[in-house]
Design a protein around this ligand. Structure first.
Ligand code: SAH
Length: 376
């Protein structure tokens, strides 16, 4: 359960051509304790580490040329700490600008997407932890192309920093808070298959400035297909992030096909790991359930879901239904409204909190399960 050896086998569930390009080291990869050494290595005085951290994490400035409290010579030297990671290849918007999807092209050509969403009371960014995904869930567009590679910590943090800068600069329009408040690891990839980099990124995202961006841990959600050993390990990190588990059905027979990793870690083990997470953190676990017409939307499944959820998690659980979003080539679609309403009713009747996600960005292929980094 410790060490990285657990992460590797699940990475190659699909695809054999995993590229192992490693993005160059970036300031956002560095833990606070390593920053001083990194700047002194470049011949800068140690105190510059703190100034650069303030620029990056508090002022959201990622271009050393604009860090005007550094001398010109030191700005030039510190450029080595800010190698080119990726550039926005496209930005598409909908909901009158309140939903913005960015396609990032990394230095090695890897493509990932992130989605910034503005609401009356919050601004949320949905970020990617891997280019592609190896989990092969058949209803998810990301899963169809297999895994390209893990995102580095800095590539993950950069998605958040640039979203925070965009929100601050008014990109989401009027009536949306200018401060990025929430981060969800619900973009491309399986965050717990890129465990160490994701946990390090959570620290950069949540540590108080200038150590990090200062977003509350409770406002960060890590979503997983249910990599059981990694969930246990996350429980013991001492974090307060929300865990979401993509369950999609309460029975192993169907789940083996909807979430193929279920053949390794079945429903019961997923619930036990979620229980461990809830016990250690006191946090309510979110169960994600994409409702697919005539596939997983039967009343008996709602009842079994409620039974298992309350058995294992008591009140520390919340079921989040996601009306299935269309993906290219998929025959499946969302359940009709009355079926969905009945499903909600039965889960609630079973004593489990249940809501339907207000899914955003469907028309720009930015909604749950639609991120394929094809520029659409
Ligand atoms: N790999 C992680 C993170 C992705 S989160 C995980 O699976 O949890 C994206 C969420 O959207 C997951 O719950 C995923 O199962 C769900 N999803 C995937 N395809 C979908 C689709 N077509 N419609 C609705 N939700 C979908």
């Amino acid at each position: 359960m410790t060490g990285t050896e657990r992460e590797l086998p699940v990475l190659s569930l699909t695809g054999t051509g995993t590229r192992r390009t490693r993005p160059p080291r970036h300031f956002a990869d560095l833990a606070p304790d390593d920053r001083k050494a990194a700047v002194t290595e470049l011949g800068l005085p140690g105190f510059r580490a703190d100034q650069i951290a303030r620029q990056y994490f508090a002022r959201l400035e990622a271009d050393p040329a604009s860090m005007t409290d550094l001398s010109a010579a030191d700005r030039e030297k510190s450029a080595q700490l800010f190698p080119h990671l990726f550039e926005p290849a496209s930005v598409v918007e909908c909901d009158g600008g309140a939903t913005r999807k960015t396609l990032w092209r990394a230095a090695d050509g890897a493509l990932v997407e992130s989605v910034l969403m503005g609401y009356q009371d919050r601004a949320t960014v949905c970020i990617s932890s891997q280019a592609g995904c190896g989990m092969a869930c058949p209803f998810c567009a990301t899963g169809q192309g297999g895994l390209q590679r893990n995102m580095s910590t800095a590539e993950i943090v950069e998605q958040v920093r640039s979203a925070a800068a965009a929100a601050r600069d008014g990109a989401l329009g009027d009536g949306v808070p200018a401060r990025l408040s929430n981060v969800v690891f619900m973009g491309m990839g399986e965050p717990l298959a890129n465990y160490r980099r994701v946990v390090d990124a959570v620290h950069r995202i949540c540590d108080a400035p200038p150590a990090g961006l200062g977003i509350s841990q409770r406002s960060v959600t890590v979503s997983s297909v249910g990599l059981v050993p990694a969930i246990h390990r996350l429980a013991d990190e001492g974090l307060q992030v929300t865990l979401a588990v993509s369950l999609h059905t309460p029975d192993d027979e169907l789940r083996d096909t909807l979430v193929p990793v279920n053949t390794r870690w079945p429903v019961r083990e997923v619930f036990e790991a979620a229980r461990h997470y809830a016990d250690v953190t006191g946090r309510r676990v979110s169960i994600e359930y994409a409702l697919i017409r005539d596939v997983n939307d039967q009343p008996w499944r709602a009842e079994l879901l409620a039974k298992l959820a309350s058995q294992h998690l008591g009140r520390l659980v919340h079921v989040n239904l996601i009306p299935l979003n269309p993906t290219p080539g998929s025959k499946w679609d969302a359940s009709p409204a009355p079926v969905q309403a009945e499903f909600v009713r039965r889960v609630r009747n079973g004593g489990v909190a249940c809501t339907v996600r207000d899914t955003r960005g469907r028309e720009i292929a930015a909604a749950c399960g639609q991120l394929a980094a094809t520029g659409g």
